[in-house]
Design a protein around this ligand. Structure first.
Ligand code: NAD
Ligand code: UDP
Ligand code: UDP
Length: 316
């Protein structure tokens, strides 16, 4: 049994992680400022004697003890992170310093949730970990992309200067139950639009690609990465099956059995044209690869959104 701090623990990925850690017998402190996180995500864990919630913002220092830290605090949807860009940068810079300072003081191992966005609009495809990226440092996505790049640099420097044990994962688009239905990300938008019989809002010509990983697969990879004895540098975690947004829209219509139409909308500034992880490193180091295909994952996500819309208490 380990005592584990999960920052961003009430968010989409964080809540699934907290649940997995509690299920295997760990003590979990979930720290969250509830900016995009929701109490409903962790409702099932409240009352468990090994689970504790602290409302706190990592931009402010915090002195608590932990043996391991998973640093997930940061809004992830473009709408959420661009609605308060300075706060987003502070979370990935000042917040990251505080979390690393805590890990240093506690001699705790820390896993940091980085992102495929460090590759920007990539010129190397699929993206390998040694690619340095193609990020616009001034555009509307830079608060997130550049913040996450600084966060990686801080991790590496705390490791080298202070011997902090760091693990960096670069997460590619991940979806599943508990993704906020209103956070503007493409999977939550398409599935909910399809369920409501509204047009699916495809941005641009819909030929841009993404690779979608189901949440259970991602959490498994995250846990294997934390368990690794040595620091292998950043590791991509994602599903290498690549889809255009039109293909995703068609898949959402299929699993929801919806007759909704497709409505083309303007492409947001700096929207990456393609994205697909090279997961060779994760395969060989972690013996990990995603198991849930898109239609299966979308079906499970749809079940969640149906239950949410119906106000069902026993949400997945
Ligand atoms: P999310 O928005 O659901 O979760 C983020 C959580 O962090 C929320 O609970 C939010 O309230 C909390 N938070 C934000 N700023 C904070 C702060 N300053 N102090 C304390 N808590 C704060 O997003 P998610 O999809 O669960 O993403 C979790 C992490 O994984 C993020 O760091 C994100 O950048 C990273 N990531 C996610 C994806 C993905 O596709 N889901 C892809 C790449 C990277
Ligand atoms: N910090 C924290 N919790 C801790 C230890 C440190 O929030 O348990 C913060 C504190 O604000 C500190 C920062 O992390 O300024 C960086 O810590 P570090 O030890 O690297 O640097 P210093 O204390 O010299 O600023
Ligand atoms: N997108 C879309 N319709 C939507 C929301 C997003 O076509 O309603 C597109 C968006 O332009 C991008 C892709 O879907 O090309 C993924 O967007 P998301 O915000 O989920 O994540 P990103 O990978 O851009 O951070």
């Amino acid at each position: 049994m380990a005592s584990i701090l999960v920052t961003g623990g009430a968010g989409f990925l964080g809540s699934h992680l907290c649940e997995r850690l509690i299920d295997r017998g760990d003590e979990v402190i979930c720290l969250d400022n509830f900016y995009t996180g929701r109490k409903a995500n962790i409702r099932k864990l409240i009352g468990n004697p090994r689970f504790e919630v602290i409302r706190h913002d990592i931009v402010q220092p915090i002195y608590i003890d932990a043996e391991q830290v998973f640093n997930l605090a940061c809004p992830a949807s473009p709408e959420a992170y661009q609605s308060n860009p300075i706060k987003t940068i502070k979370t990935s810079t000042v917040g990251m310093v505080n979390v690393l300072g805590l890990a240093k003081r506690c001699n705790a191992k820390i896993l940091h949730a980085s992102t495929s966005e460090v590759y920007g609009d990539p010129e190397v495809h699929p993206q390998t970990e040694d690619y340095w990226g193609h990020v616009n440092p001034l555009g509307p996505r830079s608060c997130y992309d550049e913040g996450k790049r600084v966060a990686e640099s801080l991790c590496v420097n705390y490791s080298q200067a202070h011997g902090v044990e760091v693990r960096i994962i670069r997460i590619f688009n991940t979806y599943g139950p508990r993704m906020d239905p209103n956070d503007g990300r493409v999977v939550s938008n398409f599935v909910n639009q399809a369920l409501r019989g509204e047009s699916l809002t495809v941005y641009g010509d819909g030929k841009q690609t993404r690779s979608f990983c189901f949440v259970d697969d991602l959490i498994e990879g995250m846990l294997r990465m934390m368990a690794l004895e040595h620091d292998p540098g950043p590791v991509n975690l994602g599903n290498p099956s690549e889809y255009t947004m039109i293909e995703l829209a068609e898949a959402a219509l299929k699993v929801t059995e919806s007759k909704s139409e497709i409505d083309f909308r303007p492409l947001p500034t700096d929207d990456p044209r393609k994205r697909c992880p090279d997961i060779s490193k994760a395969k060989s180091l972690l013996d990990w690869e995603p198991k849930v295909d898109l239609l299966t994952g979308l079906t499970r996500t749809t079940e969640y959104y149906r239950a949410l819309a119906a106000g069902t208490e026993s949400l997945p």
